[in-house]
Design a binder for this molecule. Structure first.
Ligand code: CO
Length: 134
């Protein structure tokens, strides 16, 4: 059911410093910072030949990544994003199998302007999973 790895997301305290690491030390192509107030994060994408890295910095008071950064003081891998052809069909299949979909279960518009859902890490090997409709 899942398709390509769309991105791996890394939560950081300082997105400018993290972007500089990828751009200047690792020599990667990076995008501009984009505030995503609906999601409580600022994002930068690192464009690799076969996938992307999404850098996430908390934005606002109730960022969904604040607790993660309290537990991971150096930052760390926050989620992986897999592409699916039909996010509603994928959600219904997962729910029928007992997987927990976060939030109200309805897709939201993600950082790429496409529908996304998040799945409970305890159901997926301790990893928060994002599904994005390709
Ligand atoms: Co993501």
């Amino acid at each position: 059911m899942i398709g390509r790895l769309n991105h791996v997301a890394i939560a950081v305290h300082d997105i400018k410093a993290a972007t500089a690491v990828y751009r200047d030390i690792l020599g990667a192509e990076v995008t501009d910072e984009v505030p995503q107030p609906d999601h409580g994060v600022t994002t930068v994408f690192i464009n690799l030949p076969n996938t992307k890295i999404e850098l996430l910095e908390p934005l606002g008071e109730n960022s969904p990544i604040s607790a993660f950064l309290e537990r991971n003081s150096a930052g760390g891998i926050h989620h992986v994003c897999y592409e699916v052809d039909d996010i509603i069909a994928a959600r219904d299949r997962l729910k029928a199998g007992g997987a927990r979909v976060l939030g109200d279960g309805e897709p939201k518009t993600g950082a790429h302007g496409k529908p996304v859902l998040f799945l409970h890490p305890k159901d997926f090997c301790g990893t928060l999973v994002e599904l994005e409709q390709a």
